[in-house]
Structures are given as C-alpha cells and as structure tokens.
Ligand binder design. Structure first.
Ligand SMILES: [Cu+2]
Length: 164
C-alpha cells in the first residue's frame, strides 16, 4: 500500500520535473528570441512617439512662455510669395516685438528667411502655408528673402524695418 503511494509520488515528481525542464528549455531556446525582438520593436515606436510628443509639447510651451513673458504685442504678419515676389515687400515693426510670420506660397516653392533673427520658415509648395515666430530684438533695416534656388537673386526679397 505504502509502496504504491511512494511510487505514485515519485512518478508525479518526475512528471513535474520533466514539465519544468521543458519550460526552461523553451525559455532559453533560440526559437523564442524572435518573439522577444518583436516585443521590443512593438514597444520602441510608442516610446519614440511619446518622446516626440513631449518634445512638441515642450516646444509649444516654450513658445507660449515667450509670448506670455513679452510685454509687447504679438505682431501677426501675413506674407504671400509668388515667382519671384513677396507681398508685402516691406514690413514695419517695433523693436522687441514678437513677430509671427504666416507665409503662404501662392505660386511655386518658397520659404521666408531673415538671417539677423535666425528665422526661417519651412519651404512650402503652392497653396501651402507655414509660419514662424521670432522676437525682433534689434533695430534696423534688414532684408528678408527666399532661400530656394536663385530666387533671392531674381528679386524675391523684402525689407523688415525694426523701429526703436
Ligand atoms: Cu522662392
């Protein structure tokens, strides 16, 4: 009677040991490595997305801070570009103004660049609009231009006048 119970227990222990051994071999077998890699790949894009979102939100908040910290008004200036003219080609603002350039291409591939304030929009195709914000912290008369191809040489320029 006792020997039967002992034999049964031994058999059960052996079965459990075999089951554990199979699980361990699965864990360390190379066949599971692709699954692990898939999990890593599935996680990484979302982490990157989150990082991008964080960067975007921090950029947005820094822009908001710029706007909030400035006592001057935000000057919203709409500019259009065609081949090869800016309209308007003269803009007057006050020193310290925060400037929001809203640039639309009505014809061709263009951008809006002003070196002295280190400001440049994206390059946009006809029908597209882009914008950029900067602070005009220097008085003077400065040229803005389109940096695409030879557009600047073809006269795609204008003057930003920053008054004291
Ligand atoms: Cu251009």
């Amino acid at each position: 009677m006792y020997t039967k119970i002992i034999i049964t227990v031994i058999i059960l222990v052996v079965i459990v040991a075999i089951a554990l051994a199979i699980d361990w071999s699965r864990l360390f077998s190379s066949s599971n490595l692709p699954n692990i890699q898939e999990e890593i790949e599935q996680i990484d894009p979302s982490e990157i997305l989150n990082k991008n979102q964080n960067q975007n939100s921090s950029q947005d908040s820094s822009k908001d801070q710029l706007i909030n910290n400035s006592n001057e008004q935000v000057k919203i200036i709409q500019i259009t570009g065609t081949n090869f003219v800016f309209s308007p080609n003269e803009i007057r603002i006050k020193k310290g103004d925060q400037v929001r350039i809203i640039f639309t291409s009505n014809e061709g591939f263009h951008d809006w660049v002003i070196d002295v304030f280190n400001a440049a929009t994206e390059r946009v195709q006809s029908g597209q609009t882009t914008e950029i914000v900067f602070i005009a912290d220097r008085a003077g008369s400065f040229e803005y231009y389109c940096s695409v191809g030879n557009h600047r040489a073809q006269g795609m320029v204008g003057t930003l006048i920053v008054e004291e």
